[in-house]
Design a protein around this ligand. Structure first.
Ligand code: PHE
Length: 368
């Protein structure tokens, strides 16, 4: 009898140790320790044994039962731990793996890039970047820039006027009156920020102002009703035309290459006196006007020079329009304005202004 108990225990023991999962383990418990199991029946039948046998058989059967229960519990714990470890391993995410972006990584638009390049040149010279409103008063856009009402240069910049009734807040014009139909407009250049800049800060003042400007133009390869400029303004004691020439020569070399030369030609703007046009030596023909094959360079039209911006010494009248007075007798400064699209077109050989607004990825992707 004792031998039978011993072999039952050994058999159950081996099966428990090999049980692959919780379900198998439960089956083993029922088979070896359940009500109908041989061990249970054996314990129940002890009373029918010879008195001398009862003690040792009962003790051995109980010991076997206790041992098997212990082994079952231990095996159950092992299986549960293994199951948790298995699912942890299966569900693990390696956060260090590089992800797969759902769409290709984009890049800055060429206009943004060019704007930043221009800003960087002047920030490197100590200028601050400033921005101003695109919906502007006639006063800042024209009057304070020495275009009195009726001045013909106003017509040269056909404007988009804004119905003052549609503005989100009530505004007054420069005479403190409610604005009329031509008192508020989309700025036709960034130059209104000259006077606004001088009203925001006393000299010395060195600012560049990037931003959009609007003109009622037709749309073709060289005209869009919306374009971008960078305005520049330097006002400090003793600023002269030589500072203008040196500053813009430095900027042209920084933007178009260190071999470039610049020249000034007389020009006219109502708010600068004298006014100049700044030309840079052509980078396609290196200023010769002829390409390597001897033919006329189409970029500079054979002149060897390319116009890049308008500039001049701030007209004393403009200082007079600054609120709280810039004294025109003692204050001097220069201003310039360049087109961001124009600089980008020249630098990258872009033939048509409309490419900037057509959102054709074949164009945009060339400037990653
Ligand atoms: N505002 C002028 C334009 O849009 C450019 C300019 C700026 C000229 C500053 C002189 C000084 O054409």
């Amino acid at each position: 009898m004792l031998k039978r108990i011993e072999s039952l225990r050994a058999e159950a023991s081996a099966a428990i140790a090999a049980a692959p999962d919780a379900v198998a383990l439960e089956e083993l418990r029922v088979r070896h320790l359940g009500r109908k199991s041989e061990l249970t029946r054996l314990l129940r039948g002890i009373a029918e044994l010879e008195p001398a046998e009862r003690g040792p058989v009962g003790a051995a059967a109980n010991a076997a039962r206790a041992a098997l229960e212990g082994e079952l519990a231990a095996r159950r714990e092992r299986l549960e731990a293994a199951e948790i470890e298995g699912s942890l391993a299966a569900e693990a995410i390696d956060v260090t793996l590089p992800g797969t972006p759902p769409v290709a990584v984009g890049h800055l638009n060429l206009l943004t890039r060019t704007r930043r390049e221009i800003e960087d040149v002047f920030v490197g010279l100590g200028y601050r970047v400033m921005e101003g409103p695109e919906v502007e008063h006639d006063f800042y856009n024209f009057t304070a820039l020495n275009h009195p009402p009726g001045h013909p240069a106003r017509q040269a910049q056909d404007s988009f006027y804004i119905d003052p009734e549609t503005l989100p807040e009530a505004v007054v014009n420069e005479r403190g009156l409610p604005p009329g139909p031509t008192d508020v407009l989309l700025r036709t250049h960034t130059s209104p920020m000259q006077v606004r800049g001088m009203e925001a800060q006393r000299p010395p003042l060195f600012i560049v102002v990037p931003g959009a400007a609007y003109r009622r133009d037709t749309i073709d390869a060289t005209h869009l009703p919306m374009f971008h400029q960078v305005e520049g303004l330097a006002v400090a004691e003793g600023i002269s035309l030589a500072d203008l020439a040196g500053t813009l020569d430095h900027a042209a070399k920084a933007l178009f290459g260190p071999e470039r030369r610049t020249r000034l030609k007389p020009d006219y703007f109502p708010f600068t006196e004298p006014s100049v046009q700044v030309d840079v030596s052509c980078f396609a023909c290196d200023g010769s006007g002829r390409l390597a094959g001897g033919e006329r360079d189409p970029l500079c039209k054979g002149t060897g020079w390319i116009e890049i911006l308008g500039a001049g010494m701030v007209d004393p009248n403009v200082f007079g329009f600054v609120e709280d007075g810039y004294d025109p007798e003692t204050t001097q400064g220069f201003a310039f304005g360049m087109g961001i699209e124009r600089i980008a077109m020249l630098k990258h050989g872009i033939p048509d202004l409309r490419l900037f607004v057509e959102s054709d990825v074949r164009f945009l992707e060339q400037f990653a």
